[in-house]
Design a protein around this ligand. Sequence first.
Ligand code: MEV
Length: 446
Amino acid sequence: MEKKVGLIEADEDQGKCANDRPSSRLPGYFKRSPKERVALLVEQGRITAQDAELLQSHADSFPMSVADSMIENVIGTYGLPLALGLNFVINGRDYVVPMVVEEPSIVAAVSHTARIVRDAGGFEVETDPSLMIGQVQVVGCADPEAAAERLRQSAPKLIEAANALQPNLVARGGGARSIEVRVLGEGSSRYTTMVVLHLVIDTCDAMGANLINTMAEGIAPLVEEISGGAVHLRILSNLADRRMVRAQCRIPHRLLAWRGFEGHRVAQGVAMASEFAELDPYRAATHNKGVMNGIDAVALATGNDWRAIEAGAHAYCAMGQGYRPMATWHNEGDALVGRLELPLQVGTVGGPIRLHPVLKVAYKLLDIESASELGAVMGAVGLAQNLAALKALATEGIQRGHMSLHARSVAATAGARGDEIERVAQQLISEGEIKVHRARQILEGS
Ligand code: MEV
């Protein structure tokens, strides 16, 4: 029997959390109004009353002056819904996850599967140090292999020169760590022979694009002196394969029973869907789009460069033979085991979008201590999002869930507010005609 606690309904799990943080299990949260949802966050001590006001006020949440300082030719701002992915337990800690996204079912679906994984003990996620690569392309070397070898031998000098360019990063415990050098295009009639130097840099809590580019550009004269060639491009690589996130979960089959489908059938269906993605790039692309639905939404809510994350994630999947799925599922005895492995170049400091006032509130809600913790959250969200899609696809299909959420947004577009939204949506669904003009008629009582 559910009872009320403050603004939310409680169940037997309510209030239990994996640590001293407030529980991310908030039953019935979706049924509340946005104002009540924000009030609950204040009640739980996650954000202040001032933060709540900021979230509610469109004009303050993204002032024109801030927008105008970010890019050229600004003529307005463009809002998107900010929502919370609930129920996440990651490495024994409870998280509510801010997500910015327009697609109707994403937040509901990820919260649903995060709840299942929560009951199974949560996500285990490992993250690598924040190592990124700055690339320096050198052309015109008389003997490319010998130039490459001289660069390798000069690693300490190059690292020292790079670190001298970023004393603050070094003071924070980061900086250039190593040098790798390859020769590309040699012996080809089509390509220029080039020496490519990788400067591997620990960017700490920054995504690092600016500081990597500064270092890559700054060491160019020394690279030319050592190699005897001419430096051409100097830029970070978005294939951040030294900054990997590995997430996994293990779900007893009984927790997967759903809408008349037995748990072991759901588990078999999810594993078979995973095999499809492992065998077929056409399916892997859509499977991975589902993973990125969640990761991009967190990237947006936390002011991260989702294009960089996308580029790195897909490039990683295409390394080796063929294009692979970002997350896979298989059964071990009576448990479904999911694994995700992705490079995630995320930062919690720096970047132009830091000026966005709502970001401060998003970070308060997320309550993380480092960029690698943010990477861990994103990894878990990606895995949960993928499970949500595969579970729906392997059972009733995704349209039913999509259509009921779509009906709510159609109702809102037609002018429904508060409780009306659900009433109109339900009628649209029962009539099988999810159209704005019909929603208007329902609102007008016809
Ligand atoms: C839709 O945004 C994402 C899905 O297509 C992902 C998938 O097919 O795995 C449902």
